[in-house]
Write a protein that binds this ligand. Structure first.
Ligand SMILES: [Zn+2]
Ligand SMILES: [Zn+2]
Length: 120
């Protein structure tokens, strides 16, 4: 495998792989012909070169499904957004909504219609 293919499989930077291989005195086997990879992009799951007209993260639907299936925490993290409530200062997260501002409806009401503006 090339450094880039190893890097793709391990989710590391190609330079990191190169450094580690050098440290461990491992060099790519010269008898293995270099893989033809015109796009220079490797499947995140199996490390196969991505073929086609535009770069993709995975070589196939199967690889995409397997990769995401093994990382449920990454799927969740994408949909969770972190906020700090401007009223009470609480840090909270909301699922699937980037535009939340207050931690609760009560904070929203108090912040907007609360003690400010001369009201009781
Ligand atoms: Zn693949
Ligand atoms: Zn609040």
């Amino acid at each position: 495998m090339t450094y880039a293919a190893i890097a793709a499989q391990l989710e590391l930077n190609a330079n990191t792989v190169k450094t580690w291989c050098r440290r461990a005195r491992i060099t790519p086997d010269p008898t293995i012909p270099p893989v033809d990879n015109p796009l220079g992009v490797w499947c995140l799951h199996c490390g196969a070169p991505i073929t086609g007209t535009r770069p993709a993260k995975f070589c196939s639907q199967q690889c995409r499904r397997t990769w995401w299936h093994a990382r449920p925490e990454k799927i969740n993290r994408r949909a969770f957004y972190q906020f700090t409530c401007p009223h009470c200062g609480a840090v909270f997260s909301a699922y699937g909504n980037k535009h939340r501002v207050y931690c609760s409806h009560a904070c929203y009401i108090r912040h907007r219609f609360g003690t400010k503006g001369g009201r009781p």
